[in-house]
Ligand binder design. Structure first.
Ligand code: SF4
Length: 370
């Protein structure tokens, strides 16, 4: 196993590799704290290519912290739409306001002040302190965990407390003082480009130090944590059409998809058909009596710990009825045209549905006749 007196050799080899192999990413142009911060939040749970496109769009719309602090939440949600995990963008908004109110609009440099901002945990605080300010602070993401579990051949689940503690201590011992910006990025970059899930050991600068490589078992590391079962949920929803418009409502400011616009609907209960569930949900949420005109389609959508099967219908009023709902699950509502529906922020499953609907030939006559 690699010994502590070899750490500086390994760190130097890694830094040389990074100098010639790093990707040209927009936030690497100047390492401005605001840009590093947004990139770190955006790239959590997001693929790099996709993240870069969102990052550039975001920076064009909101070039500095002040513009984020002053933006309306709907603007931020729209820029974030499709990235998921929306608490991240809400925390960005809150943090920007705090930076303006408490730090004069300048991103704080002190680790404790960075860590205290909403949405910033140990990893992100370490990433910003080291990448934006080049402070000697470690940051450990899944890439670093993977690289270390292979180099040191960690043969129990890497997320176990003692393994994480070992990785933290070892990264800290290896970090060359004054070079944290490059070193931390180099480790993560190696994990992303070379020591990826399917490792490319033949072009790895750390091959000679790697225990798992010498044992011929890199693909068996890291040892995963045993998975809990994934939950499956059936939900029913629908487009209620009236006088050529579609009904949408805004979710409360708490809970899942807080503040998003949505179609009414919810979980299909035990012993219930999705057709019954959609009629019941509309009654419970809006007191609208609705009837099904047609089934549109079934959309399957995956989240971290559950999978949703969404049954969707074209709906009209079952009897002559006022267009004004009694709201039980929303803060406000509106009747919108198909074009206007493109401009509101919808949960991912509803957006998928809408994309399909644009090409559904049944929609136009139904809208005209409703
Ligand atoms: S030699 Fe292979 S397994 Fe080891 S660090 Fe390099 S890429 Fe990863």
């Amino acid at each position: 196993m690699i010994s502590p007196d070899q750490y500086s050799t390994l760190a130097n080899e890694l830094l040389s590799w990074f100098a010639t192999n790093k990707r040209a990413l927009p936030w690497r142009e100047d390492y401005a704290p605001y840009r590093v911060w947004v990139s770190e939040i955006m790239l959590q749970q997001t693929q790099m290519e996709r993240g870069v496109a969102y990052f550039q769009r975001w920076m064009e719309a909101l070039p500095d912290i002040m513009s984020v602090a002053q933006a309306h939440e709907d603007t931020l949600l729209k820029l974030w739409e499709g990235l998921g995990y929306y608490s991240r963008v809400r925390n960005l908004h809150k943090a920007a306001k705090i930076i303006v109110a408490e730090h004069g609009g300048i991103f704080p440099e002190k680790y404790s002040a960075i860590r205290a901002l909403p949405g910033i945990g140990d990893y992100t605080a370490g990433a910003i302190a080291s990448i934006a300010f080049n402070q000697d602070v470690i940051c450990i993401d899944a890439n670093v965990e993977r690289v270390f579990s292979r180099i040191f051949d960690i043969d129990t689940p890497v997320k176990q407390k003692h393994n994480m503690e070992f990785i933290r201590k070892t990264v800290a011992a290896m970090l060359p003082s004054g070079h944290a910006r490059e070193f931390n990025q180099a480790l993560m970059e190696l994990g992303a480009l070379v020591c990826s899930k399917k490792p490319h050991c033949s072009r790895c600068p750390l091959q000679q130090h790697c225990e798992a490589y010498h044992l011929g078992i890199p693909h068996e590391r890291p040892v995963p944590t045993p998975k809990k079962g994934i939950q499956h949920i059936d939900v029913a929803t629908g487009f209620l059409m009236h006088k050529g418009k579609i009904y949408i409502q805004k979710r409360p400011d708490f809970g899942v998809w807080a503040g998003f616009w949505e179609l009414p609907g919810g979980a299909v209960e035990e012993g219930e058909a999705p057709e019954q569930a959609v009629v019941r949900e509309f009654m419970e949420e809006t007191e609208f009596p609705v009837q099904i005109e047609d089934k549109i389609l079934v959309v399957k959508h995956g989240y971290t710990t559950y999978r949703v099967t969404m049954h969707c219908y074209f709906l009209t009023f079952a009897q002559k009825h006022s267009a004004e709902p009694v709201l039980h699950a929303a803060t406000t509502y509106q009747w919108v045209s198909m074009d206007e529906l493109n401009d509101v922020t919808l949960p991912a499953g509803h957006r998928k549905l809408l994309d399909h609907l644009q090409n559904d030939m049944r929609l136009k006559p139904l809208l005209q006749n409703s």
